[in-house]
Design a protein around this ligand. Structure first.
Ligand SMILES: Nc1ncnc2c1ncn2[C@@H]1O[C@H](COP(=O)(O)OP(=O)(O)OP(=O)(O)O)[C@@H](O)[C@H]1O
Length: 249
């Protein structure tokens, strides 16, 4: 079964076309990295797949079906800077929002929902911060809370937009081990990622993007100097520089 199938997807913001003729077929049960330079359209691709953008053509299927908001099969972790962290709420309530797909926005969460939410906070090492205002958490702690919210959705396919940005090494390890745990449960995870040094370790499958698809396939096939050169153009360096860490593109 395929986790994601995209056919001839194009997206424009007003007149400006930012994604052109994207076609992808990605099997279920993998951790996929979506990689490309700034402005390549990585976030736009996720938003288009999640039906959040009006101006698109082409088709998208998740687990072989068009996205149906009532299915709750998709979990989303937005970019951290896309979230209003001054919103007056605590960490537990943010995680409970992940349950709304199951309980409905008008109903009160049950004890079981609260237990699931607390469990998810525990999984990301944030149980002790359940009652803390989200605005008072550090960037990495906020990211962990958002990951917990996605876990609370109990989705089948996860889309995460740069979950490793601004987090320390311990948080990064926590996040990657959670992604691997999701994979071991047969779930599929899509991650927008910038760090080429870790990409080959983290991902089973890589989509290289620059306004259109440069490559999509198993990491060992797609993550090659030629494909990276094509995706990053003149901004690219050499693979051995990627390995030495001089890769912050
Ligand atoms: N709401 C918007 N209105 C108009 N243009 C937009 C909007 N959002 C993104 N764009 C443009 O679309 C293009 C793709 O942006 P997008 O954020 O998808 O790229 P990205 O690959 O995720 O970039 P980054 O790595 O910098 O986060 C960029 O040129 C950006 O300026």
């Amino acid at each position: 079964m395929n986790a994601l199938q995209v056919k001839s997807l194009s997206v424009a913001y007003e007149e400006k076309v930012v994604l052109s003729n994207i076609s992808l077929t990605i099997p279920k049960g993998l951790i996929t990295g979506i990689i490309g330079p700034n402005g390549a359209g990585k976030s736009t691709l996720i938003k288009a797949v999640l039906n959040q953008l009006p101006n698109k053509t082409g088709s998208v299927a998740i687990l072989e079906r068009p996205l149906n908001p009532k299915d709750h099969i998709v979990g989303y972790v937005p970019q951290r800077n896309a979230v209003d962290w001054d919103f007056p709420t605590n960490a537990l309530d943010v995680v409970l929002m992940g349950r709304y797909g199951h309980i409905g926005v008008m109903r009160r969460p049950s004890l079981r929902d609260k237990q699931i939410a607390l469990n998810c906070l525990r999984n990301v090492g944030m149980e002790a911060f359940a009652e803390q205002s989200i605005g008072q958490l550090s960037g990495g702690q906020q990211q962990r809370v958002f990951l917990a919210r996605a876990l609370a959705q109990e989705a089948e396919v996860y889309f995460m937009d740069e979950p490793f940005v601004g987090v320390d090494a311990a948080t990064e390890r926590t996040i990657i081990s959670i992604l691997k745990e999701l994979k071991s449960q047969g779930k599929s995870v899509f991650v927008v990622h910038h760090d080429l040094q870790t990409a080959a370790d983290y991902f089973d499958w890589i989509v290289l993007l620059n306004k259109t698809t440069i490559a999509s396939g198993p990491t060992e096939v797609t993550f090659t100097p030629d494909n990276l050169q094509e995706a990053y153009g003149g901004k690219l360096f050499f693979m051995d520089q990627a390995k030495s860490g001089k890769n912050d593109l």
